[in-house]
Design a protein around this ligand. Sequence first.
Ligand code: UD1
Length: 345
Amino acid sequence: MTILVTGGAGYIGSHCSLTFLEAGHDIVVLDNLENSSTESLARVGALAGRSVTFEKADVRDTDRVERILRTYNCTAVIHFAGLKVMGDSLNHPLAYYDTNVAGSLSLLSAMSRSGIREIIFSSTAAVYGEPRQLPVPEAHPRQPENPYGRSKLIVEEIIRDLCQSDSSWRAGILRYFNPVGAHASGLIGENPLTPTNNLMPLLSAVAGGRAEKLKVFGNDYDTPDGTGVRDYIHVVDLVEGHLRAYEALFGLEHSDNCFAVNLGTGTGYSVLQMVKAFERASNKQIPYEIVGRRLGDVAACYADTVAAEQTLGWKARFGLEDMCADTWNWVCKNPRGYGGHKNAS
Ligand code: UD1
């Protein structure tokens, strides 16, 4: 029973690979290393006590993916590979549809050809668009507001159609809220060298002296302190959710062979609460200035977690203090991220 992990060298993929190895599963990581490093896998191997089988490949190369699936006798796929920067997707929609949609189609075709019918798909809360109710339940209308969210929704629909067309497929669609944090060892984390507009890497950049101050995008939202509220979830909790989702696939009935669940904590924190929490964790001051709202941002977004509890028997365990402390630990131990190790093979 070998599981193919696409995008397994990346931020969430590397944590997931470790969790699955620790749970006793055999995995093969497939990654094109466009935004990741084999150094993450070397460290995953060190933490797990066994080396990670790695194939440098692109999910859009259907024949190659099929060969890999057959070579390792894979029985399931966890699919992370994709582009994920919302703002970037507005400027490069074709790249997003190519990597995320065409890439997933290619992977699903390779799975279909090699008789593999089990998939966990990495989706996003961005499929909901602007929340009309809070917390956001899975049945909330799906009206993504950017090509990134749309590309993920299109793949969700493709997977649903596939499951409906053939009851031997089993699929778990996981909609992430805001993944943050790092493994407690400080050996793997989010590579801070990757250009980002996300809050947590910017907080650590300011605390670490790599950026002067944080720009807080708006303090006039309809939230308790006026700044944006989000559902930050520790990456280790997030990948535990994948393990539970993988196990849940085996309990699915043929008549109901696809589920979609939110992975969040259900608790929202504002930007200013995040600043304070990160100051406590790092013992550094984080200067900030309030600037205008960022285009495309919503006031508040946090998950309804009932379905995840019922479907997966899973609930996030880590709180905000752990998320900040583990991020800071990772950044202090790896100020240059995976540094000179980028794309080592
Ligand atoms: C974004 C993407 C989401 C993606 C997620 C994780 C949208 C609208 N957003 O979520 O798809 O899944 O990243 O990669 O699709 N903030 C500041 N200053 C900064 C940066 C952020 O004030 O310099 C604020 C934002 O306005 C927001 C909060 O911090 O209120 C979180 O922002 P961010 O980390 O970028 O995540 P999202 O925008 O929620």
